[in-house]
Design a protein around this ligand. Structure first.
Ligand SMILES: NC(=O)C1=CN([C@@H]2O[C@H](COP(=O)(O)OP(=O)(O)OC[C@H]3O[C@@H](n4cnc5c(N)ncnc54)[C@H](O)[C@@H]3O)[C@@H](O)[C@H]2O)C=CC1
Ligand SMILES: O=C(O)C1=N[C@H](C(=O)O)C[C@H](O)C1
Length: 268
């Protein structure tokens, strides 16, 4: 086998001679709370190259023009579908942290991906390793407890409620309860102010707190006769999401199609 070292004018953008090519990354929502953190994390990673930063009002084609191989999206639930559509059309893989996905939206993304066997999209409501583990632990424990409720607590600028993480946790718990044949959590409440018992996500009550000083926190409360189990995760800083985001950016090129949640990337 013969190999040749490309001269500088033959190299793809981002290639450093003697080193594997870097992954070109575009960030959507780049001026937001999460986007700012992603920009920092990508810039600090030797194997990644930040090629485009796009926020509201910017030209979305910038990510394609700049040759992004992977786009990271932390924008808003009402715009994320258009962004994903655009990226898939442009053969750009996506790491999506934006929340607000229901089964219908996920099915639509899967449909868009069908004719694109080389494009991958991972949509994860939470990239924090601890939060992902909490979801798994809750799923495992659910069948042992007649009662489960979820409390999510966030900074007051969060636009959606309940959080995407809480909705996914509730769905995972509900599925585990169904599989174990558990009836609905006992609740004799007959009249209450609307909202007092939280939102009902597949039979699991989810309560949302918005409080100055918080970042992102979740408790899953489980109860049985004479005992309770409380699982709690706290993100005190948005840096907590970055190892998961960077893992997804590095892996998504090897994972065509739609992946929901980061669990499989972690070997869970
Ligand atoms: N999966 C995860 O681990 C996490 C997910 N999130 C989710 O990420 C999303 C963003 O959260 P934050 O950064 O706190 O919000 P943010 O409001 O600080 O940032 C959103 C940014 O998106 C920009 N934007 C709006 N429309 C756009 C468009 N069409 N194209 C490009 N940029 C656009 C906004 O101008 C803003 O700068 C939310 O859905 C949140 O729930 C937040 C933290 C962790
Ligand atoms: O908006 C946030 O801040 C967060 N959003 C995600 C969610 O809705 O679950 C993840 C994390 O909770 C932070």
């Amino acid at each position: 086998m013969t190999t040749s070292t490309p001269t500088p004018d033959q190299q793809a953008p981002g290639t450093v001679v003697g080193e594997p090519p870097r992954i070109s990354v575009g960030v959507l929502g780049a001026r937001g709370r999460m986007g700012t953190e992603v920009v920092k994390a990508v810039n600090a990673a030797d194997d990644l190259e930040l090629v485009a930063m796009v926020d509201e009002g910017d030209w979305l084609f910038n990510v394609a023009d700049a040759g992004a191989q992977v786009v990271v999206d932390f924008t808003r639930p009402d715009v994320v579908m258009d962004n994903i559509r655009f990226c898939i059309d442009q053969n750009i893989s996506c790491v999506v942290g934006t929340t607000g996905f229901d089964e219908q939206k996920l099915a639509t993304v899967a449909e868009w991906l069908e004719p694109k066997p080389d494009v991958g999209v991972v949509i994860a409501p939470n990239f924090g390793i601890g939060a992902i583990l909490l979801m798994r632990f809750a799923q495992e424990a659910a069948r042992f407890f007649p009662s489960t409720e979820i409390v999510e607590l966030h900074h007051p600028n969060k636009v959606d409620a309940p959080s995407g993480t809480a909705v996914r946790t509730a769905r995972l718990v509900a599925a585990a309860r169904r599989a174990a044949g558990l009836p609905a959590s006992p609740d004799a409440t007959t009249d209450s102010l609307p909202g007092a018992r939280g939102a009902d996500v597949e039979g699991v009550a989810v309560h949302a707190v918005r409080l100055t000083g918080l970042v992102a926190h979740q408790e899953v409360l489980m109860g049985a006769a004479g005992e309770t189990l409380t699982l709690r995760h706290d993100s005190y800083d948005r840096a907590s999401f970055m190892p998961g985001v960077l893992l997804a950016v590095r892996e998504i090129g090897r994972r065509p199609g739609l992946t929901v949640g980061l669990e499989s990337f972690l070997g869970l």
